[in-house]
Design a protein around this ligand. Structure first.
Ligand SMILES: *Cc1c(COP(=O)(O)O)cnc(C)c1O
Length: 386
């Protein structure tokens, strides 16, 4: 089976991890700060907090922005459940903004319309999480302008987008947001096995996230409530978690970050080749929003079902049966049973649902050979025609 995504681990990565195993620190040593330095250097953001997953990063980002009971968080329905669940962890309620039918990202105009309504009913969101689906940035300039008008905070879920750019700034620079979150799960662009990070330019948010990452404990005397009792002393000044990244993961991350630009360049080379090879099929190819350079975590096609004699499901299953490890990103979050119990239902976000009925993620990973890619194209072509 040709997988839809796959990490690349080379000897240099293995050596980096083995060195940590032979060192004094398996956690809370020098590798996590080194990985954070690499993330800051790449993005130009001032602060980086490496954590054990993007889900954890989203949670501490919401907490740092003060999201809590009685507050509202909005995100897109076409995302992994974690982009919405983080609001629920904080006791906030969650709602969604429908997608743009071309980019599949949160629609800035649907967002504006929903904000106008929410203002009238006194139900404005405190935090909005745009997700850079497939690695392509959302219309951040517009979303940022709306945040100033309506007073909400922005967390970019850039789990798909490290290595991408928006208006010539690297994704993660936080130029149009308060916090940007990355994921380093193995299917994503850079991996630490499990892992995530939160980027910000705010000292205050960085300090808060550092506390939430590690039990709410500080060893900084300036932040303590009482006088230090001595060299052993620390204080718990808030309620936090253990969301720390290990030294093994961080060392892998440092090693992988050196190849980030190559990873993304290879994905672009493959995407351009797909664009040519698939141009005559009854499918919509990924749309490129002006001013964006995608991280290209995913290559998603949409079937033009009205001109195909098979169903979406038949095509998907025929691809899998013929060795093409396709996937579908994502089942709209509001249609998950857990969210339906809150009152969401099919029909609430028609663009997201229409996308779900037509989308297929084709294999896309930087190690994919042209032979493998040609096989994907051959099978897809025959399945669509047959
Ligand atoms: C993968 C992913 C996450 C969660 O990342 P983890 O590191 O697995 O916690 C969150 N949001 C999006 C959009 C993702 O793709």
């Amino acid at each position: 089976m040709i997988p839809y995504g796959k990490q690349e681990i080379i000897q240099q990565d293995i050596d980096a991890v083995v060195q940590v195993l032979q060192s004094d620190f398996l956690t809370q040593g020098p590798q996590v700060p080194a990985f954070e330095a690499a993330l800051k250097a790449h993005t130009s953001a001032e602060f980086a907090l490496a954590v054990n997953s993007a889900t954890s990063a989203l949670h501490i980002a919401c907490l740092a922005l003060g999201l809590g009971r009685g507050d509202i968080l909005w995100t897109t329905p076409v995302t992994f459940v974690a982009s919405a669940n983080c609001g629920l962890y904080c006791g906030a309620s969650v709602d969604f903004v429908d997608i743009d039918p071309q980019t599949y990202n949160m629609s800035a105009s649907a967002l504006e319309a929903k904000l106008v309504q929410a203002k009238e009913t006194n139900a404005l969101p405190k935090v909005i999480i745009p997700v850079h689906l497939c690695g392509q940035a959302c219309d951040m300039k517009k979303i940022h302008a709306l945040s100033k008008e309506y007073g909400f905070k922005i967390i970019e879920d850039a789990s798909h987008a490290i290595g991408g750019r928006y208006l010539d700034a690297p994704i993660g620079s936080c130029e149009y947001s308060d916090i940007t979150v990355f994921s380093f799960h193995p299917v994503k662009i850079v991996t630490t096995a499990e892992g995530g990070a939160a980027m910000t330019n705010s000292q205050e948010l960085a300090d808060k996230m550092a506390l939430y990452r590690s039990h709410g404990i500080t060893r900084d005397v300036d932040k303590m409530v009482n006088e230090s009792h001595g060299g052993w002393y620390y204080e718990q000044i808030d309620l936090g978690f253990n969301y720390r990244m290990t030294e093994l993961q961080a060392a892998l991350g440092v090693s992988q970050m050196q190849r980030l630009d190559n990873f993304v360049a290879d994905r672009h080379r493959l995407a351009e080749r797909y664009n040519q090879l698939l141009s005559r099929l009854p499918i919509s190819l990924p749309y490129q929003l002006e001013g964006t350079y995608s991280g290209l975590h995913l290559y998603v096609i949409r079937l033009q079902l009205e001109t195909i004699s098979k169903t979406h499901r038949e095509i998907f299953e025929a691809l899998r049966e013929n060795g093409i490890g396709v996937n579908l990103h994502y089942i709209p979050v509001h249609t998950q049973p857990y969210y339906q119990k809150m009152g969401f239902k099919f029909g609430d976000f028609p663009q997201a649902e229409a996308y779900y009925q037509e989308a297929i993620s084709l294999p896309m990973f930087h190690l994919m050979s042209y032979v493998q890619q040609d096989e994907v194209v051959r099978v897809l072509t025959s399945v669509l025609k047959g």
